[in-house]
Design a protein. Sequence first.
Length: 189
Amino acid sequence: NSKGEEQTIDLGALVAANETLTVLTYDKATNTLTYADEDKITHDLVLGTGAVSYDAATNTLTYVDATGTSKDFVFNETSLVYNDTTNILTYTNSKGEEQTIDLGALVAANETLTVLTYDKATNTLTYADEDKIAHDLVLGTGAVSYDAATNTLTYVDATGTSKDFVFNETSLVYNDTTNILTYTNSKGE
């Protein structure tokens, strides 16, 4: 407490003194719910003589009352239809109320139109944004070319210096006199 004195609480005794033990059972034959209270006194609640069934194929719940009168409750009587001529999406709820969305207008209001072009001569990529403002991206001044006859890739840098990359500089030679097959890798070994 506020004086610094310890106070012990027996939680087991506290719960036992305050808990309420109740029991609830159901008798399907009599359609009765029985409640037993804390003093073990039972109370019956007759639920009636009606019946409820569900048809999954039609998504319908059917209630039959004591007189044999039935009432169907059809769920999810909704539809969603798209008209590709008008670009209108129509949702009809279970009350028959229609709610429409003009997808053409929705897309037009939210789309972003951009254009991307490439100028090979200047090696420049030009991006035109939604406001038609052009933004240039110079991709560099180097160039790469490939010679299939020699299997060589040539890179020319901004200063005009070229560097060749020869691929598969290997050889496989068979000497029919000695019956030896010789492989030479790209290092000449």
